[in-house]
Design a protein around this ligand. Sequence first.
Ligand code: SF4
Length: 299
Amino acid sequence: MKYDEQIYRPPKEYKSILLQVTSGCTHNKCKFCGMYRYTNFKMESLEQIEKDIIEASNHPFYRNTKRLFLLNGNPFVLQTERLLKIAELIHRYLPKVEVITTYASIKDIERKNDEELKALKEAGYNDLYIGVESGNQEALTFINKGNTVEEAIREMKRLDKFDYYYYAMILTGLMGKGVDKAIENGRKTGEMLSQVNCRGIFPMSVTIVPGTELWEMYANGEYEEATEYDRLIELREILENLNPQKTALISSAHNSNTMYIKGIVPTEKDRLINEIDEILSEASPEEMQEWIDRRRIRL
Ligand code: SF4
């Protein structure tokens, strides 16, 4: 299999076939993100993609795999015709694959009309991972996300219309230090996610990565990093304001988080909030600060 750069994939895709169809990210401007900072976006050739699919089909483990994850930053940006061709190749050589999953940006979804979204769903595309980050417009503008909160809600609702499963990846601590900021971000993110039907909500916590714009602001004293206490308060506030019509899994199983929570919202919301309150009552903000060494995550 051909892999040109470091691979990023969601934890849930640990058993999936990882197929490179693009390199880099077309946006590549989020202030906090260093994932594809030095990679120019390019499409993989269909010849290479077919070769890799055939290789996977000959592999004793991959041959029976039901999920396939497309690499890299936002493969859903590809033209619908190309995505359909890739799906056709996958189903031809790997008939057991039931779900073709990938990262997708709000703008990638927006560029596809209803007929295209429907055709892609029918071709097996599903379980889209979306970097929603925040429901606070100020935060999205600050990080250069490239889409508005309004657009995010509208596009996720379009996915709902075609019964897509999709997962919202959100970031606590984006606006930096301060409980007030944490509460505002948390509330707005919870309210935003209550308007749509994500199947999964995956909170992560912003980590300042060297080489990023956020790192420069931090080094120049223009950005003060959120404390671990701020981040927990924000997570609590997200839960407090999360009332989706359909149930969704929420899991903070990412090493950038201070605390691991997992449950179904809104049904298990009270339990999850109680778990956070227990920690908040047992440890001081200073003790919490010692729990996680963000310098290690950065390296
Ligand atoms: S966070 Fe996502 S959309 Fe933003 S630059 Fe990184 S990979 Fe691209």
